[in-house]
Design a protein around this ligand. Sequence first.
Ligand SMILES: [Zn+2]
Length: 405
Amino acid sequence: MARNRCVKAIKVRSTRNFSRSGRWKQHRSQVTKDCRFESLNTGRNDERHFAPFVKNATMDFRILRFAAGMFAALCLFNPAAALNAAAADSSEPPAPIESLSIGGAAINVEIEAGDLSLSRTQVLAWIRRSACAVTEYYGGFPVRKVDVKIVPIDEGKGVLFGRTVLLDQTLVIRVGLSRFATESSLRDDWVMTHEMVHLAFPSVPDDHHWIEEGIATYVEPIARAQIGDLPPETVWRELVDGLPKGLPAAGDGGLDRTHTWGRTYWGGALFCLMADVEIHQRTNNRYGLQDALRGILGAGGNMEHDWPLTRALKAGDDATGVPVLMELYDRMKATPITPDLPALWHQLGIRPSGNSVVFDQGAPLASVVRSIMAKRSDPGSACVPVAHPGSTANSMSVLEIEDAF
Ligand SMILES: [Zn+2]
């Protein structure tokens, strides 16, 4: 058992990654007192069992031998312990911090001590790609400054976990990377983008945690698709496969009252899709959820600030001119709403086919899908990855967008 003691209040959003198709994600929370972390026998099918002494701030220790490395990711308030837990060689000199300037933000990257198969250039290119996706979606990076810390882990494959923390006004994204991770692990990764999306919404009370994870779950693949980092078919295939996990089960009390993993992540994503489609329909595709979320950010709603949820939703509605977010929230907050997803896919022209989907452009709402996926920025005004595999930081053309917030 590992334990530590919080010395300050922190806000946390965390993610445990196993694979794209089997996302395992966890909670943001506020930890204000004793914050021990134990080896939890949770596992992906048992995500609801959190340690009682850590309010929504545990991580998945399904593979117990990861515990030391995982604990390292949690110990932001104790960097020395974190490094030791990650089996780092304390004799190594401190890693230099590299500042990436993307979307109006300074993204300060530190690769902590430890072994990685990937080069520093590859790691930086991955972080840059993720930042570019978020910049494209929001029209600028959501905050002016964030620290990104990469924690090498001597186990596992690929990207192992992510955690976004506000600690004393400093935003820190901490991501665990297996020493065996490859370039293709980074190409397939969603965690870094997911964590960065968390920066783009205010902190809301715990009952509304579903909106924070729902937005991150829904926006991340679309943002990556908008910069050409993910095929549109993959975005929709994942929604087809994932959203049924967000439907209410028997006894559900609505999104604000049902804090299961499925309702938090995929239930929140379901809210986002329903809102996105309805905004497009009611504005004849002039606006979508992307505009609402940009509006919330433009009103100052990023993770540095605590807002009531309704303040954020109203700001989003103000940006689109239609009160879709508030109306949908009123419908779904305390009532189990079960939309007919197959009928929705049919209307949108999303036809599941094998492991992918086919887009039926003759469907009644096919234009909504095209509008949701459309890249917003003018050529050259956002981060544009060069379209060839194996690109590195040097092969990615990045132009800084003036931060409009
Ligand atoms: Zn998350």
